[in-house]
Design a protein around this ligand. Structure first.
Ligand code: ZN
Length: 254
């Protein structure tokens, strides 16, 4: 059994604001330490629960936040760019974990809420319904025949995930109080919870109780923060629309 862990940074244990997740932020070095810690806890729990391979995608920003030198043995790490592919290195995986995720753009009071880019994207709709990164990534994994078995992050991310995918196991490591604030679990408590939830997710997956989610065809509408130059798929000065058989193709506009 191979598990693919896509690690974002906003929902990682101990991360409480922008300064932890922006490369020039005062707390970024700590953020890098914390994402590596959650990845190691989750990966170790995967191995302990019976996985024989774990691939981790360093998925935040430029994809170079995880401290390679501190990874536990057995983990394979995908870092850096992968244009046009959401899950590079996912071949051969059996299930996906979305670690350290955040609520969709516009979620009131949610820590570091955004959808893919806080600078450029205001909203994304799939087939007329607002959707966040958790939902889109769950569908992109589903198109590869893979279920998303667990996600971790704040309370609002967990509620969004449960509403989208009733079968996913959620791991709430913090409670949002603001876009730039939250109540954090202690390191020991978040470690215990991440281990427990990873075990629960793998058990549920092995029992066939978490299945891939697929939506087709897909119409993706993206509303941008700024006006755009004329381009393919533009349906207003700040909106694009793409239709495809798969969510991943509609997302990339191909
Ligand atoms: Zn991120």
């Amino acid at each position: 059994m191979k598990i693919y862990i896509f690690a974002d940074m906003e929902g990682i244990s101990g991360v409480s604001g922008s300064s932890f997740v922006t490369a020039d932020g005062a707390k970024y070095a700590l953020g890098c330490k914390f994402i590596t810690r959650d990845v190691n806890i989750c990966a170790q729990a995967c191995f302990d629960a019976g996985a024989d391979a774990v691939t981790v995608r360093d998925g935040h920003g430029a994809g170079t936040s995880i401290l390679w030198e501190n990874l536990i043995p057995g983990v394979e790490l995908m870092q850096g760019s992968a244009a046009g592919v959401r899950f590079p290195g996912i071949e051969g995986a059996d299930a996906v974990i979305l670690l350290g995720y955040h609520a969709m753009a516009g979620t009131p009071g949610a820590l570091l809420e955004h959808t893919y880019s806080s600078k450029s994207i205001q909203n994304i709709w799939l087939n007329g319904k607002l959707i966040g990164e958790f939902g889109l990534d769950t569908l992109i994994a589903g198109e590869k025949g893979l279920p998303v078995i667990m996600t971790s992050g704040c309370d609002k991310l967990c509620r969004e995930a449960e509403a989208f995918s009733p079968e996913v196991v959620t791991c709430q490591v913090k409670r949002s109080t603001h876009q730039q604030g939250c109540v954090l679990l202690s390191p020991a408590d978040s470690e215990k919870l991440l281990r427990e939830k990873t075990f629960e997710a793998i058990r549920k997956f092995r029992e066939g109780r978490i299945r891939p989610i697929v939506v087709s065809p897909a119409v993706i509408r993206k509303e941008y923060v700024e006006r755009m130059e004329p381009a393919e798929g533009l349906i207003g000065s700040r909106m694009t629309e793409h239709k495809a058989d798969t969510v991943e193709d509609a997302f990339w506009g191909r």
